[in-house]
Design a protein around this ligand. Structure first.
Ligand code: B12
Length: 244
């Protein structure tokens, strides 16, 4: 309860519009971020208090913006809660709820998607067997905010399905997220490379993998966003950065 009292705020009327319209303040104090992180991981998520969790996250997204809230609240909260998972499966429900609340917050904060020509489109997917989608959701949200059109296919996309989708829309860039080494297969990247302007490998699963020379490796949200934007903007320089 201590962290809840410490972080108590006056009641706010929560509407999607109000949350989305508030101008972002980009530099939260370290202690305040820590307090909100511990509120998520220490009380809301373990108690399966979805409403308070959403309020804390949505407020942070609206106040500090997508990138700051992702880097300073979401990733540390996921990492901290992930440490509490036991071999018996304790705390997995809390991780699932936090994941859902973060994804919902990202969608709300990103605002509506927009239409654009197919030639400028990004295609985002996790390979077969990979259910860790949140990093890709963060990228999709920032791209949406920047008005870069992106198709998000989500978790565990079978290889033939992903290859067929890339063949059909011929995206400017395809991003493949692997959280774990076992889903980071270069064979998939080789199949996608001829079908997309740029092929990007994202997520820690690729850390130890020797990538084909044409594949761009990204390791941060900012680096991924910049690489995708460069590949989708006409006159950008796709594929020129080996690591971002
Ligand atoms: C959330 C989570 C889940 C959720 C996923 C929900 C969802 N929709 O994504 C659920 C509960 C479904 C899940 C399931 C499983 N999980 Co899990 N999960 C996690 C957890 C807690 C967070 C992962 C995450 O998304 N983090 C957010 C990402 C972005 O953070 P990150 O990659 O660490 O960020 C680094 C970089 O990527 C970069 N970065 C940050 N943001 C961004 C953004 C972009 C765009 C880029 C490019 C880079 C970048 O900076 C960070 C620092 O270097 C981790 C614990 C942990 N410590 O990571 C375990 C973890 C990833 N899971 C793990 C495991 C083993 C599993 C399961 C196999 C468990 C099981 N027995 O069923 C299943 C696998 C399911 C599958 N088939 O894929 C292991 C993976 C071990 C490994 N490396 O192989 C971990 C590490 C837990 C552990 N310590 O054992 N999981």
């Amino acid at each position: 309860m201590g962290d809840l009292a410490e972080d108590a705020e006056p009641p706010i009327v929560w509407t999607a519009g109000a949350v989305a319209r508030r101008p972002p303040r980009r530099h939260p104090s370290r202690s305040r971020t820590g307090s909100r992180r511990s509120r998520c991981t220490g009380s809301c998520a373990p108690r399966l208090d979805a409403e308070t969790l959403r309020h804390v996250l949505d407020d942070d997204f609206a106040t500090h913006g997508l990138e700051t809230t992702w880097n300073e609240l979401c990733v540390p909260a996921l990492t901290a809660l992930g440490r509490r998972v036991t071999p018996a499966g304790d705390c997995v429900d809390a991780v699932l709820l936090l994941s859902w609340a973060i994804i919902a917050g990202l969608h709300l904060a990103a605002g509506p998607t927009n239409s654009a020509s197919r030639a400028q489109r990004a295609l985002l997917a996790c390979p077969e067997g990979e259910r860790h989608t949140i990093g890709l959701e963060a990228l999709h949200a920032v791209l949406t905010e920047r008005r870069t059109p992106a198709n998000m296919l989500g978790p565990s996309v079978p290889t033939p399905v992903l290859v067929a989708a890339a063949d059909r829309i011929r995206p400017a860039v395809v991003v493949v997220w692997s959280q774990a080494r076992r889903t980071a297969r270069t064979g998939l990247l080789r199949k996608l490379a001829p079908l997309a302007g740029t092929t990007i490998a994202a997520g820690p699963g690729w850390d130890e993998v020797r990538l084909p020379g044409t594949v761009v490796r990204v390791t941060t949200l900012r680096g991924a966003t910049d690489a995708v934007t460069a590949a989708t903007v006409p006159g950008g320089r796709p594929g020129t950065s080996a690591r971002a």
